[in-house]
Design a protein around this ligand. Structure first.
Ligand SMILES: [Zn+2]
Length: 269
């Protein structure tokens, strides 16, 4: 499932490619992924200009002239651009044709959404998203305020989309290692130094992936795979391998319904 780095890359590429274009028509193959009836959806997007594309956590927000088109790629999803006459042969859930003859298609294997709303605040998931960790609003101070007094553990807080948007089970691995925090550490118990380290870890880990074009098993708007591989991770998905800092064997532990890879020596509870 794409997380913030992959979504940021898609948003940037879409901004450079399709902003300013008008949607000519929408073909909806799977109406189940819509939030409104297909007929209403098609009418709602037709002739609308794509004004801006922004990452919003695990969602893409395409601001149209009078609406917001919100895309969530779910599991195994792709968002692919095609130039005039070069429509990809892949199976699609939806296809948007643009006024210059180009277009883009959305495919996903599972749990994807294509929603249309007038106002972001009326959307149950996107309207309640927390801070964007790659935006200028994400400061050490704002993170400190978010953590203050929280009794839950740090992993649940950082992967809760209403608190911080766009971090999922992939990037949380190296973020907590890089900040030397155990995933079950109580969020409100971090001292100044630890908050600072966590802030740096979040931005460093996410930016490192953006710089490599995102995860190797995800594709960008032009169908290219990212270059950020499992081997590029410090401890994530590397059970039994030596910790890059101290050499201890990386362990895989249970954290609620998910798993976390930690160095038992560098990330003490
Ligand atoms: Zn270690």
């Amino acid at each position: 499932m794409p997380e913030l780095p992959e979504i940021s890359i898609l948003a940037r590429q879409m901004s450079e490619t399709i902003v300013g274009r008008r949607i000519k028509s929408a073909e909806i193959v799977q109406p189940k992924c819509l939030n409104i009836p297909p007929e209403q959806f098609r009418e709602g997007v037709a002739k609308q200009e794509i004004v801006e594309v922004q990452p919003r956590g695990k969602w893409l927000d395409l601001r149209l002239s009078h609406r917001h088109l919100l895309l969530n790629l779910g599991m195994g999803g792709d968002l692919l651009y095609f130039p005039l006459g070069k429509e990809p042969a892949e199976k699609r859930r939806a296809l948007f044709a643009l006024d210059d003859g180009s277009g883009f298609m959305v495919s996903f294997f599972w749990f994807g959404y294509i929603h249309l709303v007038k106002d972001i605040s009326e959307h149950p998931q996107v309207g309640s998203l927390g801070m964007e960790p790659l935006s200028p609003q994400f400061t050490v101070d704002s993170l400190k305020k978010l953590l203050a007094g929280r009794r839950g553990n740090i992993k649940s807080l950082l992967t809760n989309q209403r608190m911080v948007a766009g971090i999922g089970n992939v990037y949380i691995q190296d973020i907590l290692f890089s900040a030397r925090l155990h995933p079950k550490r109580r969020a409100g118990s971090l001292n100044e130094e630890e908050v600072l380290a966590l802030h740096r870890a979040i931005t460093d880990v996410l930016r490192a992936s953006v710089n490599k074009g995102g995860l190797a098993y995800e594709r960008d708007f032009f169908g290219n795979s990212g270059r950020f591989r499992v081997e590029d991770m410090a401890v994530g998905y590397r059970e039994g391998k030596p910790c890059p800092l101290c050499g201890s064997a990386v362990e895989k532990i249970k954290t609620g319904s998910t798993s976390q890879y930690i160095c038992p020596n560098c990330q003490k509870l």
